[in-house]
Design a protein around this ligand. Sequence first.
Ligand code: PRP
Length: 176
Amino acid sequence: MSKKLVPVISQQEIADTVKRLAQELDRDYGDRAPVLVGVLKGCFIFLADLIRQMQTPIQSIELIRLSSYGSATESSGEVKVLVGLPESAIANQHVILIEDIVDTGLSTTTALQLLQAYNPASLKLCSLLDKPERRRVPVAIDYLGIIVPNLFIVGYGLDVNEQYRQLPAIYALEDE
Ligand code: PRP
């Protein structure tokens, strides 16, 4: 069956939201230059836009990659770290985990546990999107952009089978 893209979040709303989140981070961090840790691949566009709106100095930008749990493994909820980062990048630093979306919460929880084990001075979570209807484990989002309904959404970094990441706005993928 063919699919159609139905607009959910416009480019303007994304831009306004990214700017607001950058302002909240600037307000809270001031000159305590944080380490931003993005979760690949979905975060890359949000992270790139967010840092260009931030005024506060940034200590470093780190990227990690986790395994997706496909439908076959979803029940186990197991998420593996495919690409990690050195403990020295995190220890004693003010760390902000950057996600494009928190869905079941399994990836984010794994990422937060990984970072916490490296003894950061502080650890916060910033996510552009939140889909709370899908949550399987509780996750506290310190800096939240937009709550989205339980639709299959793509664009602005989010994909289906690696497609649609480059779309500048966010769409629901629906049957024709
Ligand atoms: C997506 C998204 C988040 C994660 C959230 O990544 O980028 O990192 O899922 O889902 P969760 O809350 O259910 O764990 P995905 O695993 O699809 O990989 P990708 O970013 O490379 O597309």
